[in-house]
Design a protein around this ligand. Structure first.
Ligand code: HEC
Length: 99
């Protein structure tokens, strides 16, 4: 009896875990401007990150961090990206690409 209740419960918990694939540690920093899961930017002039190509996100973040991407509102992002390691950029890009 207990097994009949516990098994579906475990499967349900597993499913929830998979669909809400843990956000990377630095993602809360991005939320304020790009929105929860990167799909609800704070302002019309801010980009959505959700569903963007992973390779593009990696490139963009490294370009901001290394001062190669300039103009527009890039200064806002340069400040954000300065604190990110290659590993963190990889994890963030992977996360937003999958949203
Ligand atoms: C203070 C607001 C703010 C925060 C916080 C912020 N961003 Fe941004 N982000 C922006 C703005 C504004 C732009 C557009 C910059 C430009 O004009 O190049 C941008 C652009 C980007 C882009 C380029 C998108 C594209 O389509 O080219 C990426 C990728 C990005 N942000 C990722 C992140 C990540 C990851 C974080 C968290 C570590 C983050 N941002 C935190 C405001 C923010």
């Amino acid at each position: 009896m207990l097994f009949r209740i516990m098994l579906p419960l475990c499967i349900a918990m597993l499913a929830v875990n998979v669909s809400t694939a843990a956000a990377p540690a630095k993602a809360p920093l991005c939320k304020a401007c790009h929105g929860e899961k990167g799909n609800k930017p704070l302002m019309d002039g801010y980009p959505k990150l959700a569903g963007q190509n992973k390779g593009y996100l990696v490139q963009a973040l490294k370009a901001y961090r290394d001062g190669l991407r300039q103009g527009g509102q890039s200064a806002v992002m340069t400040a954000q990206a300065k604190a990110l390691s290659d590993e963190e950029i990889e994890a963030l890009a992977d996360y937003y690409a999958k949203q």
